[in-house]
Design a protein around this ligand. Structure first.
Ligand code: SAH
Ligand code: SF4
Ligand code: F3S
Length: 454
Protein backbone atom coordinates (compact mmCIF):
# COMPACT_ATOMS: atom_id res chain seq x y z
CA UNK A 1 0.00 0.00 0.00
CA UNK A 2 1.24 3.48 -0.80
CA UNK A 3 1.65 5.72 2.20
CA UNK A 4 1.96 9.46 2.24
CA UNK A 5 5.66 9.02 2.95
CA UNK A 6 6.69 7.23 -0.19
CA UNK A 7 4.37 8.82 -2.73
CA UNK A 8 6.68 10.38 -5.29
CA UNK A 9 5.22 13.72 -6.20
CA UNK A 10 6.14 15.19 -9.57
CA UNK A 11 8.53 18.13 -9.20
CA UNK A 12 6.64 21.37 -8.66
CA UNK A 13 7.14 23.35 -11.84
CA UNK A 14 8.63 26.78 -11.41
CA UNK A 15 6.06 29.43 -12.15
CA UNK A 16 6.27 32.89 -13.64
CA UNK A 17 7.95 34.14 -16.78
CA UNK A 18 11.16 33.51 -18.68
CA UNK A 19 13.29 35.02 -21.41
CA UNK A 20 15.90 33.20 -23.49
CA UNK A 21 18.98 34.87 -24.99
CA UNK A 22 21.15 32.94 -27.40
CA UNK A 23 24.65 33.47 -28.85
CA UNK A 24 26.78 31.29 -31.12
CA UNK A 25 26.00 28.68 -33.73
CA UNK A 26 22.79 27.09 -34.96
CA UNK A 27 23.21 24.21 -32.51
CA UNK A 28 22.71 26.75 -29.75
CA UNK A 29 19.62 28.11 -31.51
CA UNK A 30 18.27 24.54 -31.59
CA UNK A 31 19.03 24.06 -27.87
CA UNK A 32 17.41 27.42 -27.04
CA UNK A 33 14.24 26.47 -28.92
CA UNK A 34 14.04 23.17 -27.08
CA UNK A 35 14.69 24.82 -23.71
CA UNK A 36 11.90 27.30 -24.47
CA UNK A 37 9.53 24.41 -25.26
CA UNK A 38 10.59 22.71 -22.03
CA UNK A 39 10.05 25.73 -19.80
CA UNK A 40 6.73 26.46 -21.48
CA UNK A 41 5.66 22.87 -20.81
CA UNK A 42 6.78 23.35 -17.18
CA UNK A 43 4.30 26.19 -16.77
CA UNK A 44 6.39 29.29 -17.46
CA UNK A 45 5.36 32.01 -19.88
CA UNK A 46 7.95 33.11 -22.46
CA UNK A 47 8.55 36.86 -22.76
CA UNK A 48 9.94 38.59 -25.87
CA UNK A 49 12.33 40.72 -23.77
CA UNK A 50 14.32 40.25 -20.54
CA UNK A 51 12.53 43.03 -18.65
CA UNK A 52 10.17 41.55 -16.08
CA UNK A 53 11.30 37.94 -16.58
CA UNK A 54 11.59 35.79 -13.44
CA UNK A 55 14.04 33.46 -15.18
CA UNK A 56 16.59 34.54 -17.80
CA UNK A 57 18.20 31.67 -19.70
CA UNK A 58 21.52 32.37 -21.42
CA UNK A 59 22.67 29.95 -24.12
CA UNK A 60 26.24 31.04 -24.68
CA UNK A 61 29.17 30.54 -27.09
CA UNK A 62 32.83 30.02 -26.15
CA UNK A 63 34.37 29.79 -29.61
CA UNK A 64 36.18 33.13 -29.39
CA UNK A 65 37.08 35.21 -26.33
CA UNK A 66 34.85 38.03 -27.62
CA UNK A 67 31.80 35.77 -27.79
CA UNK A 68 32.38 34.82 -24.16
CA UNK A 69 32.93 38.42 -23.01
CA UNK A 70 29.68 39.52 -24.64
CA UNK A 71 27.62 37.40 -22.25
CA UNK A 72 29.23 38.75 -19.10
CA UNK A 73 28.94 42.32 -20.45
CA UNK A 74 25.28 41.73 -21.20
CA UNK A 75 24.64 40.57 -17.64
CA UNK A 76 26.35 43.64 -16.22
CA UNK A 77 24.43 45.98 -18.46
CA UNK A 78 21.08 44.37 -17.54
CA UNK A 79 22.03 44.85 -13.88
CA UNK A 80 22.88 48.53 -14.41
CA UNK A 81 19.63 49.10 -16.27
CA UNK A 82 17.65 47.46 -13.45
CA UNK A 83 16.40 44.73 -15.79
CA UNK A 84 17.65 42.09 -13.37
CA UNK A 85 17.61 42.20 -9.59
CA UNK A 86 18.41 39.81 -6.72
CA UNK A 87 15.26 37.82 -7.42
CA UNK A 88 15.94 37.15 -11.10
CA UNK A 89 17.05 33.58 -11.68
CA UNK A 90 19.92 33.79 -14.16
CA UNK A 91 20.40 30.35 -15.70
CA UNK A 92 23.72 30.35 -17.52
CA UNK A 93 23.96 27.59 -20.15
CA UNK A 94 25.52 26.73 -23.48
CA UNK A 95 29.21 26.26 -24.23
CA UNK A 96 30.58 28.80 -21.71
CA UNK A 97 28.42 27.07 -19.10
CA UNK A 98 30.26 23.81 -19.77
CA UNK A 99 33.64 25.50 -20.12
CA UNK A 100 33.69 27.57 -16.92
CA UNK A 101 31.03 25.71 -14.89
CA UNK A 102 31.55 26.37 -11.16
CA UNK A 103 33.63 29.50 -11.91
CA UNK A 104 30.63 31.34 -13.33
CA UNK A 105 28.74 32.22 -10.10
CA UNK A 106 32.06 33.57 -8.80
CA UNK A 107 32.52 35.74 -11.90
CA UNK A 108 28.97 37.07 -11.74
CA UNK A 109 27.00 36.71 -8.54
CA UNK A 110 23.65 37.09 -10.28
CA UNK A 111 24.11 33.63 -11.82
CA UNK A 112 22.10 31.05 -9.90
CA UNK A 113 22.08 28.05 -12.21
CA UNK A 114 24.82 26.79 -14.54
CA UNK A 115 24.12 24.13 -17.16
CA UNK A 116 25.79 23.01 -20.38
CA UNK A 117 24.81 21.84 -23.87
CA UNK A 118 24.30 18.32 -22.52
CA UNK A 119 22.21 19.22 -19.48
CA UNK A 120 19.73 21.68 -20.98
CA UNK A 121 16.89 19.25 -20.18
CA UNK A 122 17.59 19.55 -16.45
CA UNK A 123 16.82 23.25 -16.26
CA UNK A 124 13.41 23.13 -14.48
CA UNK A 125 14.83 20.82 -11.81
CA UNK A 126 17.91 23.04 -11.33
CA UNK A 127 15.77 26.17 -10.99
CA UNK A 128 13.58 24.40 -8.46
CA UNK A 129 16.63 23.35 -6.46
CA UNK A 130 17.92 26.90 -6.44
CA UNK A 131 14.60 28.03 -4.96
CA UNK A 132 14.77 25.30 -2.32
CA UNK A 133 18.41 25.77 -1.30
CA UNK A 134 19.40 29.31 -2.33
CA UNK A 135 22.70 27.73 -3.42
CA UNK A 136 24.07 28.04 -6.97
CA UNK A 137 23.21 24.88 -8.91
CA UNK A 138 25.88 23.62 -11.30
CA UNK A 139 25.25 20.67 -13.63
CA UNK A 140 27.19 20.37 -16.87
CA UNK A 141 27.99 16.65 -17.11
CA UNK A 142 25.64 14.15 -18.73
CA UNK A 143 25.48 11.45 -21.39
CA UNK A 144 25.62 13.07 -24.84
CA UNK A 145 22.17 11.97 -25.97
CA UNK A 146 20.34 12.19 -22.65
CA UNK A 147 18.94 15.62 -23.43
CA UNK A 148 17.30 14.52 -26.70
CA UNK A 149 15.40 11.73 -24.95
CA UNK A 150 14.38 13.84 -21.99
CA UNK A 151 13.07 16.93 -23.75
CA UNK A 152 9.38 17.27 -24.68
CA UNK A 153 8.32 17.04 -28.34
CA UNK A 154 9.15 20.11 -30.37
CA UNK A 155 6.67 22.92 -30.86
CA UNK A 156 5.78 24.67 -34.12
CA UNK A 157 8.77 26.18 -35.89
CA UNK A 158 7.35 27.97 -38.93
CA UNK A 159 8.71 27.29 -42.41
CA UNK A 160 12.17 25.98 -41.51
CA UNK A 161 13.41 23.86 -38.61
CA UNK A 162 16.80 22.89 -37.24
CA UNK A 163 17.34 19.24 -36.37
CA UNK A 164 20.51 18.39 -34.45
CA UNK A 165 21.79 15.01 -35.61
CA UNK A 166 24.81 14.67 -33.36
CA UNK A 167 26.30 16.22 -30.25
CA UNK A 168 29.92 17.14 -29.58
CA UNK A 169 33.06 16.92 -31.66
CA UNK A 170 36.06 14.59 -31.46
CA UNK A 171 38.27 16.25 -34.06
CA UNK A 172 40.24 18.42 -31.68
CA UNK A 173 41.45 20.98 -34.19
CA UNK A 174 44.31 22.66 -32.33
CA UNK A 175 42.61 26.08 -31.92
CA UNK A 176 39.09 24.98 -31.05
CA UNK A 177 37.32 24.81 -27.71
CA UNK A 178 34.19 23.02 -28.92
CA UNK A 179 35.38 19.45 -28.12
CA UNK A 180 35.90 20.61 -24.53
CA UNK A 181 32.51 22.32 -24.21
CA UNK A 182 30.24 19.92 -26.08
CA UNK A 183 32.25 16.77 -25.39
CA UNK A 184 33.05 13.77 -27.61
CA UNK A 185 31.02 13.34 -30.75
CA UNK A 186 27.95 11.08 -30.51
CA UNK A 187 25.34 10.57 -33.25
CA UNK A 188 21.61 10.31 -32.61
CA UNK A 189 19.88 7.14 -33.84
CA UNK A 190 18.56 7.48 -37.40
CA UNK A 191 14.94 6.81 -36.45
CA UNK A 192 14.94 9.52 -33.75
CA UNK A 193 16.01 12.05 -36.36
CA UNK A 194 13.42 10.87 -38.89
CA UNK A 195 10.71 11.01 -36.20
CA UNK A 196 11.70 14.58 -35.36
CA UNK A 197 11.60 15.56 -39.05
CA UNK A 198 8.19 13.89 -39.45
CA UNK A 199 6.84 15.85 -36.49
CA UNK A 200 8.09 19.08 -38.05
CA UNK A 201 6.55 18.42 -41.45
CA UNK A 202 3.25 17.55 -39.74
CA UNK A 203 3.49 21.05 -38.19
CA UNK A 204 3.95 22.61 -41.63
CA UNK A 205 7.74 22.84 -41.78
CA UNK A 206 9.00 22.72 -45.37
CA UNK A 207 12.75 23.04 -44.90
CA UNK A 208 14.84 20.84 -42.63
CA UNK A 209 18.29 21.99 -41.60
CA UNK A 210 20.41 19.14 -40.19
CA UNK A 211 22.99 20.26 -37.64
CA UNK A 212 26.23 18.91 -36.21
CA UNK A 213 29.79 20.12 -35.69
CA UNK A 214 30.83 17.74 -38.45
CA UNK A 215 27.80 16.17 -40.08
CA UNK A 216 29.96 14.13 -42.49
CA UNK A 217 31.07 11.91 -39.66
CA UNK A 218 27.48 11.07 -38.65
CA UNK A 219 27.39 7.40 -37.65
CA UNK A 220 23.97 6.66 -36.19
CA UNK A 221 22.33 3.41 -35.18
CA UNK A 222 20.02 2.47 -38.08
CA UNK A 223 17.75 0.38 -35.86
CA UNK A 224 18.69 -2.85 -37.67
CA UNK A 225 22.02 -3.52 -36.01
CA UNK A 226 24.00 -1.42 -38.48
CA UNK A 227 25.48 2.03 -38.58
CA UNK A 228 23.96 4.61 -40.89
CA UNK A 229 26.34 7.07 -42.54
CA UNK A 230 25.51 10.69 -43.32
CA UNK A 231 24.63 9.86 -46.94
CA UNK A 232 22.05 7.31 -45.71
CA UNK A 233 20.55 9.95 -43.43
CA UNK A 234 20.34 12.42 -46.34
CA UNK A 235 18.34 9.94 -48.44
CA UNK A 236 16.10 9.05 -45.48
CA UNK A 237 15.46 12.70 -44.54
CA UNK A 238 14.68 13.69 -48.14
CA UNK A 239 12.15 10.82 -48.31
CA UNK A 240 10.07 12.13 -45.39
CA UNK A 241 6.71 13.28 -46.69
CA UNK A 242 6.51 17.08 -46.70
CA UNK A 243 10.23 17.85 -46.79
CA UNK A 244 10.70 20.29 -49.65
CA UNK A 245 14.21 21.52 -48.95
CA UNK A 246 17.13 20.07 -47.06
CA UNK A 247 20.19 21.86 -45.68
CA UNK A 248 23.03 20.72 -43.43
CA UNK A 249 25.74 22.45 -41.38
CA UNK A 250 28.65 22.01 -40.84
CA UNK A 251 30.72 19.81 -43.10
CA UNK A 252 34.37 19.44 -42.26
CA UNK A 253 36.27 18.98 -45.58
CA UNK A 254 37.86 15.95 -44.02
CA UNK A 255 35.43 13.01 -44.36
CA UNK A 256 33.44 14.65 -47.18
CA UNK A 257 33.36 11.23 -48.79
CA UNK A 258 32.22 10.28 -52.30
CA UNK A 259 28.96 8.76 -51.02
CA UNK A 260 27.99 12.19 -49.63
CA UNK A 261 28.91 13.90 -52.91
CA UNK A 262 26.84 11.30 -54.78
CA UNK A 263 23.85 11.89 -52.47
CA UNK A 264 24.08 15.65 -53.09
CA UNK A 265 24.05 14.94 -56.83
CA UNK A 266 21.10 12.55 -56.47
CA UNK A 267 18.82 14.53 -54.17
CA UNK A 268 17.42 17.67 -55.79
CA UNK A 269 15.82 18.73 -52.47
CA UNK A 270 19.28 19.49 -51.07
CA UNK A 271 19.72 23.25 -51.32
CA UNK A 272 22.18 24.83 -53.72
CA UNK A 273 24.49 25.95 -50.91
CA UNK A 274 27.01 24.09 -48.79
CA UNK A 275 29.05 25.44 -45.92
CA UNK A 276 32.47 23.75 -45.82
CA UNK A 277 34.89 25.63 -43.55
CA UNK A 278 38.43 25.55 -44.93
CA UNK A 279 40.00 27.83 -42.24
CA UNK A 280 43.21 28.48 -44.22
CA UNK A 281 44.71 27.89 -47.67
CA UNK A 282 48.21 27.20 -46.34
CA UNK A 283 49.16 23.54 -45.99
CA UNK A 284 51.61 24.42 -43.24
CA UNK A 285 48.94 26.22 -41.20
CA UNK A 286 46.33 23.54 -41.91
CA UNK A 287 48.73 21.01 -40.46
CA UNK A 288 49.33 23.13 -37.36
CA UNK A 289 45.55 23.46 -37.08
CA UNK A 290 45.27 19.64 -37.27
CA UNK A 291 42.71 19.80 -40.05
CA UNK A 292 43.97 16.69 -41.91
CA UNK A 293 43.61 18.06 -45.46
CA UNK A 294 45.57 20.32 -47.78
CA UNK A 295 44.53 23.26 -49.92
CA UNK A 296 44.61 20.99 -52.96
CA UNK A 297 42.45 18.35 -51.22
CA UNK A 298 39.92 21.13 -50.73
CA UNK A 299 40.15 22.20 -54.39
CA UNK A 300 39.57 18.59 -55.49
CA UNK A 301 36.57 18.23 -53.18
CA UNK A 302 34.90 21.38 -54.54
CA UNK A 303 35.61 20.32 -58.13
CA UNK A 304 33.87 16.98 -57.46
CA UNK A 305 30.89 18.73 -55.87
CA UNK A 306 30.56 21.16 -58.76
CA UNK A 307 30.66 18.25 -61.18
CA UNK A 308 27.52 16.71 -59.63
CA UNK A 309 25.88 20.08 -58.83
CA UNK A 310 27.25 22.82 -61.13
CA UNK A 311 25.04 25.43 -59.47
CA UNK A 312 26.21 24.82 -55.91
CA UNK A 313 27.34 27.85 -53.87
CA UNK A 314 30.21 27.14 -51.49
CA UNK A 315 30.65 29.16 -48.32
CA UNK A 316 33.33 28.83 -45.68
CA UNK A 317 34.86 29.92 -42.38
CA UNK A 318 38.37 31.39 -42.20
CA UNK A 319 40.74 31.96 -39.31
CA UNK A 320 43.21 34.76 -39.96
CA UNK A 321 46.40 35.19 -37.92
CA UNK A 322 46.73 31.65 -36.57
CA UNK A 323 49.95 31.45 -34.48
CA UNK A 324 52.95 31.73 -36.79
CA UNK A 325 50.94 32.64 -39.94
CA UNK A 326 53.34 34.33 -42.37
CA UNK A 327 52.59 36.60 -45.32
CA UNK A 328 53.20 33.60 -47.60
CA UNK A 329 50.68 31.50 -45.62
CA UNK A 330 48.11 34.27 -45.86
CA UNK A 331 48.72 34.62 -49.60
CA UNK A 332 47.99 30.89 -49.95
CA UNK A 333 44.59 31.58 -48.35
CA UNK A 334 43.93 34.46 -50.76
CA UNK A 335 44.90 32.23 -53.69
CA UNK A 336 42.50 29.52 -52.52
CA UNK A 337 39.70 32.09 -52.29
CA UNK A 338 40.40 33.15 -55.88
CA UNK A 339 40.41 29.53 -57.02
CA UNK A 340 37.21 28.51 -55.27
CA UNK A 341 35.32 31.82 -55.56
CA UNK A 342 33.53 31.36 -52.24
CA UNK A 343 30.08 32.71 -51.59
CA UNK A 344 29.01 34.58 -48.38
CA UNK A 345 31.54 33.41 -45.76
CA UNK A 346 32.67 34.07 -42.21
CA UNK A 347 36.19 35.16 -41.26
CA UNK A 348 37.66 36.03 -37.88
CA UNK A 349 41.00 36.74 -36.29
CA UNK A 350 42.35 33.77 -34.36
CA UNK A 351 41.34 33.87 -30.71
CA UNK A 352 43.44 32.03 -28.14
CA UNK A 353 41.24 29.58 -26.22
CA UNK A 354 42.50 28.30 -22.86
CA UNK A 355 43.31 24.61 -22.75
CA UNK A 356 43.60 24.15 -26.53
CA UNK A 357 46.93 23.02 -28.05
CA UNK A 358 47.29 26.20 -30.15
CA UNK A 359 47.16 28.34 -26.99
CA UNK A 360 50.76 27.25 -26.29
CA UNK A 361 52.06 28.04 -29.79
CA UNK A 362 54.23 31.14 -30.25
CA UNK A 363 52.17 33.91 -31.82
CA UNK A 364 54.26 36.94 -32.70
CA UNK A 365 52.24 38.48 -35.54
CA UNK A 366 51.13 41.98 -34.45
CA UNK A 367 47.37 42.41 -34.12
CA UNK A 368 47.45 45.34 -36.57
CA UNK A 369 48.89 43.07 -39.26
CA UNK A 370 46.29 40.40 -38.52
CA UNK A 371 43.58 43.03 -38.92
CA UNK A 372 45.02 44.16 -42.26
CA UNK A 373 44.94 40.57 -43.47
CA UNK A 374 41.40 40.08 -42.23
CA UNK A 375 40.14 43.19 -44.05
CA UNK A 376 41.90 42.17 -47.27
CA UNK A 377 40.34 38.72 -47.07
CA UNK A 378 36.90 40.10 -46.26
CA UNK A 379 37.07 42.51 -49.19
CA UNK A 380 37.87 39.67 -51.54
CA UNK A 381 35.12 37.45 -50.09
CA UNK A 382 32.55 40.24 -50.30
CA UNK A 383 33.55 40.87 -53.92
CA UNK A 384 32.69 37.30 -54.90
CA UNK A 385 29.46 37.27 -52.88
CA UNK A 386 28.38 40.53 -54.57
CA UNK A 387 29.15 39.07 -58.00
CA UNK A 388 27.01 36.02 -57.25
CA UNK A 389 24.14 38.27 -56.10
CA UNK A 390 24.44 40.46 -59.18
CA UNK A 391 24.31 37.40 -61.42
CA UNK A 392 20.92 36.53 -59.91
CA UNK A 393 19.31 39.69 -61.31
CA UNK A 394 16.54 38.73 -63.73
CA UNK A 395 16.68 35.02 -62.83
CA UNK A 396 13.77 32.94 -61.52
CA UNK A 397 14.22 31.49 -58.06
CA UNK A 398 12.33 29.04 -55.88
CA UNK A 399 12.05 30.69 -52.45
CA UNK A 400 10.66 29.62 -49.10
CA UNK A 401 8.59 32.40 -47.52
CA UNK A 402 9.68 32.56 -43.88
CA UNK A 403 7.67 35.49 -42.52
CA UNK A 404 7.17 39.22 -42.63
CA UNK A 405 10.11 41.36 -43.65
CA UNK A 406 11.78 43.10 -40.74
CA UNK A 407 11.50 46.53 -42.36
CA UNK A 408 7.87 46.56 -43.44
CA UNK A 409 4.82 44.48 -42.66
CA UNK A 410 3.77 44.98 -46.28
CA UNK A 411 6.69 42.85 -47.44
CA UNK A 412 7.53 39.18 -47.00
CA UNK A 413 10.92 37.72 -46.23
CA UNK A 414 11.87 34.63 -48.19
CA UNK A 415 15.00 32.55 -48.70
CA UNK A 416 16.42 31.33 -51.99
CA UNK A 417 18.03 27.93 -52.36
CA UNK A 418 21.49 29.56 -52.22
CA UNK A 419 20.59 31.01 -48.81
CA UNK A 420 20.06 34.62 -49.91
CA UNK A 421 17.23 36.62 -48.41
CA UNK A 422 14.70 37.75 -51.01
CA UNK A 423 12.15 40.41 -50.04
CA UNK A 424 8.86 40.18 -51.95
CA UNK A 425 5.46 41.89 -52.03
CA UNK A 426 2.79 39.30 -51.56
CA UNK A 427 -0.14 38.07 -49.51
CA UNK A 428 0.60 36.93 -45.95
CA UNK A 429 -0.94 33.52 -46.61
CA UNK A 430 2.23 32.74 -48.58
CA UNK A 431 4.12 32.57 -45.27
CA UNK A 432 5.36 29.03 -44.80
CA UNK A 433 5.02 28.19 -48.52
CA UNK A 434 7.38 27.79 -51.43
CA UNK A 435 6.96 30.38 -54.18
CA UNK A 436 8.56 31.22 -57.53
CA UNK A 437 9.92 34.72 -57.88
CA UNK A 438 11.86 36.78 -60.40
CA UNK A 439 14.77 38.77 -58.95
CA UNK A 440 14.19 42.43 -59.80
CA UNK A 441 16.76 44.25 -57.68
CA UNK A 442 20.05 43.45 -55.97
CA UNK A 443 20.90 45.36 -52.80
CA UNK A 444 23.92 45.07 -50.49
CA UNK A 445 22.69 42.13 -48.40
CA UNK A 446 19.28 41.23 -49.77
CA UNK A 447 17.52 40.83 -53.07
CA UNK A 448 14.12 42.06 -54.15
CA UNK A 449 11.83 39.67 -56.00
CA UNK A 450 8.46 39.66 -57.74
CA UNK A 451 6.05 36.76 -57.53
CA UNK A 452 5.60 34.82 -60.73
CA UNK A 453 1.96 33.83 -61.06
CA UNK A 454 0.88 30.38 -62.05
N1 SAH B 1 32.78 22.26 -36.72
C1 SAH B 1 32.94 23.30 -37.67
C2 SAH B 1 33.25 24.64 -37.04
C3 SAH B 1 32.54 25.05 -35.80
S1 SAH B 1 33.16 26.43 -34.98
C4 SAH B 1 34.08 22.91 -38.60
O1 SAH B 1 35.07 22.37 -38.16
O2 SAH B 1 34.01 23.21 -39.77
C5 SAH B 1 32.79 27.69 -36.17
C6 SAH B 1 33.99 28.42 -36.65
O3 SAH B 1 34.59 29.15 -35.62
C7 SAH B 1 35.13 27.58 -37.20
O4 SAH B 1 34.90 27.12 -38.50
C8 SAH B 1 36.31 28.51 -37.10
O5 SAH B 1 36.47 29.25 -38.27
C9 SAH B 1 35.92 29.44 -35.96
N2 SAH B 1 36.78 29.23 -34.79
C10 SAH B 1 36.86 28.15 -34.00
N3 SAH B 1 37.80 28.34 -33.04
C11 SAH B 1 38.31 29.57 -33.24
C12 SAH B 1 39.33 30.33 -32.60
N4 SAH B 1 39.99 29.85 -31.57
N5 SAH B 1 39.60 31.57 -33.09
C13 SAH B 1 38.92 32.06 -34.16
N6 SAH B 1 37.98 31.40 -34.80
C14 SAH B 1 37.67 30.15 -34.37
FE1 SF4 C 1 36.16 22.70 -33.65
FE2 SF4 C 1 37.47 21.28 -35.44
FE3 SF4 C 1 35.42 20.20 -34.14
FE4 SF4 C 1 35.00 22.08 -35.95
S1 SF4 C 1 35.85 20.05 -36.36
S2 SF4 C 1 34.09 21.97 -33.91
S3 SF4 C 1 36.75 23.43 -35.70
S4 SF4 C 1 37.36 20.83 -33.26
FE1 F3S D 1 29.96 28.48 -30.01
FE2 F3S D 1 29.50 26.21 -28.79
FE3 F3S D 1 28.56 26.62 -31.21
S1 F3S D 1 31.38 27.36 -28.72
S2 F3S D 1 30.07 27.96 -32.12
S3 F3S D 1 27.98 27.71 -29.42
S4 F3S D 1 29.32 24.72 -30.39
Amino acid sequence: MTTAFNVKLPPVPPSGTFYTAVWGCQMNVYDAQRVSDLLTASGLLQLPEPKGADVIVLITCAVRAKAEDKVFNQLQSWRHQGIIDDHTVIAFGGCVGAELAAEIPKLNKDVKVVFGPRTAHRLPELIKRWHETAQPQIAVEAQALEKFDALPDQGARGASAFVTIMEGCSNKCSYCIVPYTRGEEVSRPLQDIIDEITLHTANGVKEIHLLGQNVNSYRGDDGHGHTARFSTLLYAAAAVDGVERLRFTTSNPMEFTDDIIEAIGDIPLIADSVHIPVQSGSDRILQLMRRHYTGDDYRTLIAKLRKVRPNIYVSSDFIVGFPGETEADFNDTMRLVDDIRFDQSFSFIYSKRPGTPAAGMPDDTPLELKKERLYALQEKLEGFAAQYSQAMLGTEQQVLVEGLSRKSAAELKARASNNRIVVIDGPQDLIGQMARVKITKVMAHTLKGELING
